[in-house]
Design a protein around this ligand. Sequence first.
Ligand SMILES: Nc1ncnc2c1ncn2[C@@H]1O[C@H](COP(=O)(O)OP(=O)(O)OP(=O)(O)O)[C@@H](O)[C@H]1O
Ligand SMILES: [Mg+2]
Length: 298
Amino acid sequence: MSVVLETNVPGAVLFRRGKVRDVYEVGSDRLVIVASDRLSAFDVVLPTPIPDKGRVLTQLSNHWFERTAHIVPNHIVETDGSRLPTAFSQVAELQGRSVLVRRCERIDIECVARGYISGSAWAEYQTDGTVANERLPAGLRESERLPDPIFTPATKAVTGHDENISRAQLAAVVGKEVARRLEEATLALYRYAHAYALGRGLILADTKFEFGFDGTGALTLIDEALTPDSSRYWDAARWQPGETPTSYDKQFVRDFLVAAGWNKEPPAPVLPEDVVRGTTERYRECYRKLTGLELGAK
Ligand SMILES: Nc1ncnc2c1ncn2[C@@H]1O[C@H](COP(=O)(O)OP(=O)(O)OP(=O)(O)O)[C@@H](O)[C@H]1O
Ligand SMILES: [Mg+2]
């Protein structure tokens, strides 16, 4: 087990510190992405790290990048910690949570695929009968599987919540051809991962991808892929339309924060031991179910 709240790698140039990842520059065209154990809930980073979370996110993303490269090329250059640039390969705490990637020009869109109706999509459907402004069949129940997976892009808001945009708005922002390719790649990735996860007892209800253009102009899958932070996974055996399934994401932590009466303004409360332990366990379990491996056993 390892715990990393924030990294400071001597001799490396920080490119940006996100809510969860510390990203370093390597030359002009590569980055090293280090996933910390920070957890953000309601868009606020909590003061308490979740041991091994960053290792789960990194190794699960690697698992998916390897298996989906035939669908869309991704940013990964090196996942073996001992073969990262020296500043990183020699730091024990960075092992298993760091990757070398191609630095891409990011497309500032959250590419969301939904195969089931849940969360904000369920809320919108209940009031308007639509999801991201597109009409869905009447009579759907919460958590029900959609007749076909749908693509619901959103803008990446600098502050506050991402905002859904229509496919026409997306085309206006990125161009018709890129919009078409983002939709096609997002849905193809979703279909593949949904089938794969189902074979391992999990339902991939929805997920979010980020894309960019690499140095040669090729459309590239970047960031993280199909992790519990970017996806809603449910236990297939317990899924029941009409109910709210427990997911492998941060619901456990969110429930604690709501019960604690936190007003969702920083600073967030410190998490108690048992919530931390339970959260680590859920992340590890998600990894175990999807890969069939114990974390770090490879
Ligand atoms: N290959 C890549 N090239 C360029 N940027 C990348 C690449 N992969 C990931 N990123 C960016 O690195 C950052 C990863 O950090 P993290 O996920 O913690 O950010 P975040 O808080 O979610 O921020 P954001 O709102 O910018 O996504 C993100 O901004 C992501 O878009
Ligand atoms: Mg992110």
